[in-house]
Design a binder for this molecule. Structure first.
Ligand SMILES: [Zn+2]
Length: 861
């Protein structure tokens, strides 16, 4: 059973046979003729194919680069799949009823045949450049960003002028005359990565979320088949990488346009690897086909001004507007915990016709991503996505967090074969981790200062995040894993020295390692610490810093020359700025302090009398209640603005065992009364029961009893402290039947066993500092400068500056982070001064608590 790559002629013959077998579903046409006289064939696939042009369409292009055979093969197999299964699979029937597929399996037939029969690494077409050289790189010959290359021998020779080539002209004319195309996927090899279109600057685009989520959803389909995760390389585009590419031309026509780099070699082992790449991409293509209608003119409009309204420790409220006043429109809201994840049934958190939504049961101090699209319930067509919202829930009142970045001299990579240069890699170069021929084994080293962490911190969560930028010369995958290790600082003198790093003693390697097929460019990688690892991290606090070594594979399989991932460090000319800097994120608390407070007053209050300095409760001779009253002064606690009560209870002991046959129970109430008379107590307002009641049997069993405060009572305790008020409680007995002459003695004033209020608390600021003032933007040497005045407050730790192109950021995490620190200005080094946007500045203290935002709208004109 031979199955190998189809030739150009076999492809054409196959398509002709399809037309013969399925004339209602597929047609083919020649959209152009190459220099060597081959037809450029485009297949149209749709149910009732004669109406295909009336439906929204997916444009598939393959093998624009001659040596990238996957494009032709996948295209043919996708058509084969659709035709063979359209009668048995309702999903395919539905997709082909509402959408159309235009598919050019091979955009470069001359080059493809040349690569197949003669020179397998050939990339360009076969134009005769009339100087002994041949070929134009078709993916540099489109008009958008076209750059003239003078060397006709170059692999990226862009041709004499845009669209000088019959192949690019053919696809241009087809696209120009088919405005029903809404999504374009251009298949190349290799890298297992999506490259969505972009406008070559570091600003987000209105359809950036659409591009990322489309790729994430395709990834979801791919993962179902092979478990592989493709990279999604958008968000931090290189400013000038590709000029004159087809992707950008389609994008300029309003088409959601993506290059898909498939596989790890141009011409892989067919049965093992090519088959895998084809199989995993077919369901992804079917998804893309179904998605085209959601970008057609029939689709509802995109939601506007989707933004965070408020957030708390466990809730996030979102609000938005929609330009259409249509009763049939509802909204779908998706939530992810990581960026660039699929939006589907699994993370759909709401469907609503309202213009607001509150998400509940979230975790404190955690970042969440939200996505929204409008849906027309009549035709079930969905809108494009609004730009995503990112928000971090507030910390619980006993939690602190730190995001620690290594200083520039404390992050870099050391390679085996470049001992002289290793020192210069620090703070300047991306991290190369893995192995290749020129560098040998290469490690990343990072030293994070822990000086801002208290010695007694109890670390609740910790993780290290790095941004993979590029897999260098990717030709292998499913090979090796990347793992992080704690290095014993005593064993290493100089972190820029390869030998020392190589031989350093490892305290522990994190259990969480990332396998190569999951380490994907453009998607943040995080290593999460388990309990043991958090303990090791804590043990490093007294050393003032912690050193990690990141390592990849250390050996290469035969015939392969590189397995190396490049991570951004956010410094230097290759870095993407602070937003992309590796970080150690820690959530922690501290052990509480405890005070035991003796009562200010105690008394026993009955209808007839009040006995001071004696605490008892029960029933008098007439069956009226006797209340034990106690009052505590909280002034020994430190300043209310910095005191968080973590735990509180009343400790109370009974003197004699009660003698009664009745089922008597005793409880304590937190009360709010001004006068301590019997009548006032009877009419009292109860704030809360403290703990559960104890029974008569409990009194016989134990001498001492603890009544625990719940969260609400702790808040009331803090509130009273803030208002400088003593707190009052009563202890009383209850009986389900009438009771008389029953008294429990809870001790006298100043006796050893006197009742106590015990409070555990931590010192932590409850509220942030004042906002900044005089926030403004100016332009300095063509760069936007954001400046402000800091509040005069000793508690100010810094200001956090975030940029958002679409809505005013209401949360420090809702946008691109530009700066965090004590300065009163920052420069938007990576942003474009030609783009309108919002900047928000949040002040923060040492918790950190963030102030509300101060927002400035930047207008380019
Ligand atoms: Zn290519």
């Amino acid at each position: 059973m031979k199955q190998q790559y189809r030739s150009y002629q076999e492809t054409v013959d196959f398509l002709k046979e399809c037309v013969r077998l399925y004339p209602n579903i597929i047609t083919i046409q020649n959209i152009g003729t190459t220099w060597e006289g081959r037809e450029i064939v485009l297949a149209t696939v749709s149910l009732n194919v004669e109406h295909a042009d009336l439906k929204p369409a997916l444009l598939y292009t393959g093998t624009a680069h001659a040596r990238e055979w996957i494009g032709n093969e996948l295209g043919v197999e996708f058509i084969n799949y659709l035709l063979k299964n359209h009668q048995s699979d309702p999903k395919i029937t539905a997709a082909l009823t509402k959408n159309t597929l235009y598919l050019v399996p091979c955009l470069n037939p001359d080059g493809f045949e040349y690569a197949r029969t003669h020179f397998s690494f050939w990339r360009k077409n076969r134009r005769d450049n009339k100087n002994g050289t041949f070929g134009v790189d078709l993916n540099r010959n489109f008009s958008v960003g076209y750059t003239k290359v003078s060397d006709t021998n170059s692999n990226v020779y862009s041709g004499p002028k845009p669209f000088s080539e019959p192949e690019t002209r053919a696809i241009k004319e087809f696209v120009d005359t088919h405005d029903n195309i809404t999504i374009a996927l251009d298949y190349h090899s290799q890298g297992n990565v999506f490259f969505p279109a972009h406008n070559f600057n570091h600003e987000k685009e209105i359809d950036g979320t659409d591009l990322n989520i489309l790729c994430a959803n395709l990834n979801y389909e791919i993962r179902k088949v092979t478990g592989r995760e493709y990279g999604i390389h958008r968000g931090k585009p290189p400013t000038k990488l590709i000029s004159g590419s087809g992707r950008e031309y389609y994008y300029s026509k309003g088409i959601i346009s993506v290059v898909v780099e498939v596989g790890t070699r141009n011409i892989p082992d067919y049965m093992q690897n090519m088959k895998e790449s084809v199989d995993e991409n077919i369901p992804a293509l079917l998804f893309a086909l179904k998605e085209t209608k959601n970008y057609s003119f029939r689709a509802p409009k995109r939601v506007k001004n989707f933004h965070l309204k408020s957030c708390d420790t466990d809730t996030i409220s979102l609000t938005w507007e929609h330009p259409q006043d249509n009763i049939n429109i509802f909204f779908k809201i998706y939530r992810s915990e990581k960026e660039k994840q699929a939006c589907n049934e699994a993370n759909l958190v709401a469907t609503t016709k309202k213009r607001e939504f509150t998400d509940i049961q979230l975790k404190s101090g955690k970042v969440y991503y939200y996505y929204i699209r409008a849906v027309d319930m009549v035709n079930n067509i969905e809108s494009p996505y609004a730009p995503k919202v990112r928000a971090k829930t507030n910390l619980e009142n006993d939690e602190f967090s730190r995001t620690i970045f290594p200083s520039s001299q404390n992050i870099g990579y050391v390679a085996q074969k470049t001992p002289e240069q290793n020192r210069e890699h620090f703070g300047a170069n991306s991290l190369f981790v893995g192995i290749n021929e020129s560098k040998g084994i290469s490690y990343a080293v990072m030293n994070f200062s822990l000086e801002n962490l208290p010695q007694d911190a109890i670390i609740q969560e910790a993780s290290i995040s790095l941004y993979p930028m590029n897999r260098v010369n990717a030709k292998i995958e499913k090979y090796g894993e990347w793992s992080l290790s704690f290095i014993d600082q005593k064993s290493i003198g100089e972190i820029t020295d390869f030998d020392q790093v190589h031989e350093a003693e490892i305290i522990e390697t994190l259990g969480d390692s990332i396998k190569s097929e999951k380490l994907t460019q453009g998607i943040w990688s995080s290593w999460h610490f388990n309990g043991l690892e958090r303990k090791i991290l804590k043990s490093q606090i007294k050393k003032g810093s912690v050193i990690f070594r990141l390592q990849g594979p250390k050996k290469l399989p035969i015939g392969r020359d590189s397995q190396m991932m490049m991570f951004d460090i956010g410094y230097g000319k290759f870095g993407g700025g602070i937003h992309y800097r590796p970080s150690l994120d820690i959530k922690y608390t501290i052990p509480p302090k405890e005070i035991k407070i003796k009562p200010l007053t105690i008394s026993s209050i009955s209808k007839d009398e009040t006995i001071k300095d004696f605490l008892s409760c029960g029933f008098d001779k007439n069956g009226d209640k006797i209340y034990g009253f106690m009052e505590f002064d909280l002034s020994k606690l430190p300043s209310p603005s910095q005191t968080v009560v973590t735990h509180a209870y009343i400790e109370i002991s009974n003197n004699k065992k009660p003698k009664t046959e009745q089922d008597m129970r005793y409880n304590i109430e937190f009360i709010d009364i001004d006068n301590h008379t019997f009548e006032d107590i009877k009419k009292r307002e109860r704030i809360e029961f403290i703990g559960y009641e104890v029974s008569k049997a409990d009194l016989n069993r134990h001498d001492t009893h603890h009544f625990l405060f719940d969260s609400f009572s702790k808040i009331e305790l803090e509130e009273a402290h803030k208002n400088d008020k003593p707190v009052s409680f009563i202890v009383k007995a209850t009986s389900i039947t009438s009771a008389k002459n029953h008294l429990v003695d809870w001790h006298k004033k100043d006796s050893e066993d006197e009742v106590k209020l015990i409070i555990q608390y931590i010192k932590r600021r409850k509220n942030g500092v004042q906002k900044v003032t005089n926030l403004k933007t100016t332009k300095e040497n063509g760069i936007v400068k954001i400046s402000w005045d800091n509040p005069k407050d000793e508690a100010l730790v810094g200001c956090f500056v975030v940029r958002n192109r679409f809505h005013p950021p209401q949360n420090p995490y809702d946008g691109v982070k530009l700066y965090a620190g004590v300065d009163n200005y920052t420069l938007d080094n990576y942003g474009s001064p030609k783009v309108d946007k919002y900047y928000a500045v949040f002040t923060y203290d040492d918790v950190p608590n963030y102030s509300p935002p101060v927002i400035v709208e930047y207008k380019s004109k």
